[in-house]
Ligand binder design. Structure first.
Ligand code: GLN
Length: 548
């Protein structure tokens, strides 16, 4: 049967619970264990699809069309397993399911209550993840102990251990051990309080992972061990690491995976850790020296988490090419006319990422136009494709005033439009083309060459499409529609230009499938062109120096 690790957090949010859980997942995989992961989110939204990215960061999309928390992106990138919509559950989903059962009369006249009905539903969802082909399920509980919304989740995971047995469950609690400059020492009190809070819900942690900026002395570990009643070796220090890719190694050096395996009785010789694969990733990260600057022309640039997977995909591509990608966050609204040159010229490449709504769209169109006219490598993702098609329609195909109907419902040329006009959008949640769709790529096209195959699958999250009515006009004007959706043969999935170093866009979100050791071909293609541009720039500057 599967074993379960529950990860909770205390003291403060944003301590890196998702990365800690993901790193543990990776370490367990390095021990030959089959791992899956799940996030329980205490908020009431049914899924993060309706949450403003400013508030909550990106929505991570799974193959089966789940709109999930961005932590699932960390999980997939670290454990290298595709997750699914059931890998994320929110209070909203749990209550919806329970209320639907109540309406069907499933509770046979009983009063429906948080305990046992809500807690049973939570446990059932966790239990379902433990399948024959999974050794360990890591469950991260979102939020912080002490939050009102988290209480049913803590109660559910407390009960869970009773039901599946002591040796099948491990509770890992993440806290902060701050350094107080005025006192000149690290403080354990917040950790003690947080553990007390967890215990008041009936959960005694087995492992405490302590985040701190600087290493702290072993005497402090012994103090935490004594006061929080965990074994001294189960107090794990997680000092800030230079990059997120170091975290698994930091935690391994502290013995985290050993103690978890020990607690779960997974400590047989067949489960020795082999970290060589991850060390190779890290070697590549550390060897990446040549700097390339890639601009992401976005709307939510004040919260880079809104584009987390895009930034990660760019970095992964860089590692494989020995390059360190520096992401420049460019406010789309700031890119207009003359200013486009000033903003974009110094960049080695640009990405026009996905997004919703009108604000900043004209800046994205201007960026697409600038990149097209000046040979700047440019990759468009979803809304980015829309911006690039609009640019091409207006400025090359002669369709003045062309637009996406999302931005201008009365545009004379709706080159981007809703295709299923029968579908009236009455609800905002879950009404998009979501999840994996297969595309056929045009033989000999740039994208076919990059992917190295002609049938590919990518994840989607959008409503608007290239309007097939204008496809002929655009193609006559030189736009290459180099990939179409495989079943209907009509929906444009990829566009590109022949006479350009890299002006390529996709209706999909390829960023979700990039891995640290397996960069995505579109991002690799873009960063390779960016490198060339960066290298060609340096001698030019030197020449000018020589002349001067
Ligand atoms: N807003 C656009 C649409 O709904 C693009 C969505 C996106 O970029 N994810 O089609």
């Amino acid at each position: 049967m599967s074993k379960f690790v529950f990860v909770t957090g205390g003291v403060s949010s944003s301590l890196g619970k998702g990365l800690t859980a993901s790193s543990l997942g990776r370490l367990l995989k390095c021990r030959g264990l089959r791992v899956t992961m799940c996030k329980l989110d205490p908020y009431i939204n049914v899924d993060p699809g309706t949450l403003n990215p400013f508030e909550h960061g990106e929505v991570f999309v799974t193959d089966d069309g789940g709109e999930t928390d961005l932590d699932l992106g960390h999980y997939e990138r670290f454990i290298d397993e595709n997750l699914h919509r059931d890998s994320n559950a929110t209070t909203g989903q749990i209550y919806s399911a329970v209320i639907a059962k109540e309406r069907r009369g499933d509770y046979l006249g009983k009063t429906v209550q948080v305990i046992p009905h809500i807690t049973d539903e939570i446990k059932e969802r966790v239990r379902r993840l433990g399948r024959d082909d999974v050794d360990v399920v890591i469950v991260e509980v979102g939020g912080t102990v002490g939050d009102i919304e988290i209480v049913p989740f803590l109660e559910a995971i407390r009960q869970f251990r009773r039901e599946v047995g002591r040796d099948n469950v491990c509770y890992l609690h993440l806290t902060l051990v701050p350094f107080l400059p005025t006192a000149g020492e690290h403080k354990t009190k917040p950790t003690q309080h947080s553990v007390t809070e967890l215990r008041s819900r009936g959960i005694q942690p087995d492992v405490i992972v302590c985040r701190s900026e600087q290493p702290f002395p072993d005497s402090l570990k012994r103090k935490i061990s004594l006061l929080c009643d965990v074994a001294p070796e189960a107090v794990v220090s997680a000092v800030d690491a230079p990059s997120i890719y170091e975290i698994p190694l930091v935690l391994h050096a502290e013995g985290l995976d050993a103690i978890v395996c020990d607690l779960l009785r997974l400590d047989g010789p067949e489960h020795e850790a082999d970290l060589s694969g991850w060390v190779r990733v890290l070697d590549r990260v550390n060897a990446a020296h040549e700097v390339v600057r890639v601009g992401v022309i976005g709307k939510y640039v004040n919260l880079p988490d809104a584009y987390l997977s895009v930034a990660e995909a760019l970095r992964h591509a860089g590692f494989s090419l020995g390059a360190r990608v520096e992401v420049e966050w460019v406010q789309a609204e700031a890119v207009t006319g003359m200013l486009a040159a000033a903003t974009l010229d110094g960049l080695d490449a640009i990405v026009i990422p996905g997004g919703f709504g009108e604000r900043g769209f004209e800046g994205k169109v201007a960026s697409a136009a600038y990149a097209r006219e000046h040979g700047v490598p440019c990759l468009g993702l979803c809304l980015g494709l829309h911006a690039m098609v609009v640019d091409y329609a207006r400025n090359v195909a002669g369709l003045a005033g062309a637009n996406s109907r999302e931005m201008d419902p009365v545009t004379p040329y709706g080159v981007i439009d809703l295709m299923n006009d029968q579908l009236e959008v009455v609800e905002k949640g879950g009404t998009m083309r979501l999840g994996a769709y297969v595309a056929r790529l045009q033989p000999g096209s740039r994208v076919a060459e990059l992917y190295g195959e002609e049938t590919i699958s990518e994840r989607h999250r959008h409503r608007y499409e290239v309007n097939p009515r204008y496809r002929g006009r655009l193609e006559e004007a030189g736009l290459v529609c180099s990939g179409v959706e495989s079943k209907d043969n009509r929906l444009v999935e990829f566009i590109e230009l022949r006479e350009h170093p890299f002006w390529i866009a996709t209706q999909a979100h390829p960023e979700f499938k990039s891995r640290p050791d397996r960069p995505h071909p579109l991002f690799s293609g873009l960063v390779a062109c960016a490198l060339e541009r960066a290298q060609s720039r340096t001698p030019r500057l030197l020449d000018l120096d020589a002349v001067g």
